[in-house]
Each structure stands twice: as C-alpha cells, then as structure tokens.
Design a protein around this ligand. Sequence first.
Ligand code: TYM
Length: 333
Amino acid sequence: MENQVQKKRIFSGIQPSGDLTLGSYMGAIKNWVAMQDEYESIYCIVDMHAITVRQNPADLRRRALEQLAQYIACGLDPQKNILFIQSHVPQHAELGWILGCYTQFGELSRMTQFKQKSQQHADNITAGLFTYPVLMAADILLYQADLVPVGADQKQHVELCRDIAQRFNGVYSDTFTLPVPFIPQMGARIMSLGNPENKMSKSDPEGCVYLMDPPEVIQRKFKRAVTDSETAVKFDREHKPGVSNLLTVYCAATGKTLEEAEAEFSGQGYGVFKPAVGEAVIELLRPVREETARLLQDKAYLESVYREGARKAQGIAQRTLAKVHRKIGFIAR
Ligand code: TYM
C-alpha cells in the first residue's frame, strides 16, 4: 500500500525589488530546488513587500514576471510546487492586518533590516517598511509552513513570525504551525564582490552578480572582486573576507568542500583563482539565463502558471484565515 504520510510544508519568497542575484540563488532558491521532492512547497513573488520602498511600476511588473520565469528556469517545477504572486492572494493583506494587532511596536523597532532600510531611505520611512515583518509572518502562517528556507539575513524575521504565532496560539489555542528557518550550510550569506564586508545586494550592480548577467559581465565582476594583498587561497572570514567569500561562492557553485577548493588552488595566486570562480558561476547560471529567456517568450504559459498558483494558494490561505476569524470573534461571511 502506498505510504500516505503527509509531506511537510515549505513557504518562502523573494521581493521583485531588483533583478535576482547570485546571493538569493545561493541563499534560497538552490535549496528550494533541492527540497521540492521531499516537501510540499509554496513559493511566492512578494510584490507587496517590494512597495515598502518606492518602485517604478513598469519595472516592478517586468521583474515580477521575470522572477517567475527564473523560479522555473532554476528548476522549480510548477507541477510540483505552488508558484504565485503575493498581491494575487488577498488573504496575505487580511491576515497581515490581524497579526499586526498581535505584534509589539518594540519588537518591530528591533528588526535589523528595518534599521538598515530606514537609514538607506531616510526620506521615506513608511509604516509599510516598519510593519514589513508582520506581512512576512502572514505569508508564512497562512500556509501553516513547517520550514522556511532563507538566507541568514531573514532569520530574525522568521523568528519574529514564530513569536507572533506562539502568542496567538497561546491566547486562542493552536491555530498556526510554528515555522522553523532553514539556513544553508554553504551560501547563507554571500557578500558583495566590491566590498566583502557588506551583503551582496540587488541594489549594488558592481558588487553583485545578477542571474541574467551575460558571461563576459560575470567574468569581469569576478576578476575585479576585492581580495587582499596576500596570495594564499585560504578561508579566513575575519582576515581574508574577500577570498573567503569567493571560496564560498565557488563551493556553492560546484558542490566542492572548502578543503577541496583550498587544495585545488594551493600554490596558485588570485590571478588563477578569481577567473576560475567566475567560470564556475558562468556555467552554473548559463542554463538558468537561457531557459529564462526562452520562458519569457511564452507569456501565456507564465500567466497560466501564476493564475493556477494563486488559485491553489487561495484555497489553503482561506482555510487558515477563516479559522483565525472564528477564533478572534469575527462573524462568518
Ligand atoms: P529578499 O528578497 O531580500 O531575498 C530573497 C532571499 O534571498 C536571500 N538572500 C541572500 N542569501 C545569501 N546571501 C545574500 N547576499 C542574499 N541576499 C538575499 C534572503 O535571505 C532571502 O531568503 N523578507 C524577504 C522576502 C519574504 C519572505 C517571506 C521570505 C517575504 N515574505 C516569507 C520567506 C518567507 C526578503 O526581503 O528577501
């Protein structure tokens, strides 16, 4: 007889606030692809989060569609996973409001990402930017996710989500599954190629590699990557942050261990090492770039994927929302 054990559920998302980068790929998407057979997976394009800072509407639309194509091109099978756009499932905003009433001002004030972003956008610190982690908690809790595969920078938000869920469950009895962040061993925090003290981010074109960068651009960025004045290819995050970052990228791209990579480049200078990392990334991203370009030619297919994704997501989300409404005392619609 077939084994009917219920699969555990995954939820994660990426903002279409910039083109997808190697950081998001190594910190998140790579794991999503690896986990898709073992878990029931739901992946979102979080356009509502993206508008917490000002976006150009045409770019936002283009990036959201391109991001869906990239999810598929990276290997996420729309038959196995639910792929959808956040603003197509209104339950996210609805639960977001409710959870905001169970979240403390002080908790949100302590969020590292809020502190950083409110410095970067000092002239536009909106209420949305402040309550961003509440919407993220709604994203996760609507689907009763067990696991949330993210890069290290999102761990604090997932922990806050757990706290909110625990608080709500404490007041109203078990309602939400408590999610656990899943952070990869290799690639949880890819640093900028231009400044290895900073995280690789969408908004720093020279320090980051975009999934759609052509090979010559990728190679140029790696050849120019900041290292140090020594010559040894050795992992030492404190004293050699640039080289350590490149080693991490190399290992995450090739599947090799740090020891194997160090041995491979022992006795060779950065002049050999940096282009080799560039080459490994070019080969990693080549199929993704080509498949994305192909998929973007077929808008009707992409539309069918996000429509079907939203339909399935709404089915799950509405069950949770109805349960929440009942528990807090709203009259059924
Ligand atoms: P976002 O869009 O900034 O990043 C998307 C994912 O990529 C990871 N990541 C990185 N990992 C390693 N190194 C890097 N340099 C790097 N840059 C980005 C992030 O950790 C993340 O996993 N708030 C989220 C989006 C979100 C979400 C959610 C995630 C909204 N709702 C629900 C999970 C569950 C964000 O801003 O990610």
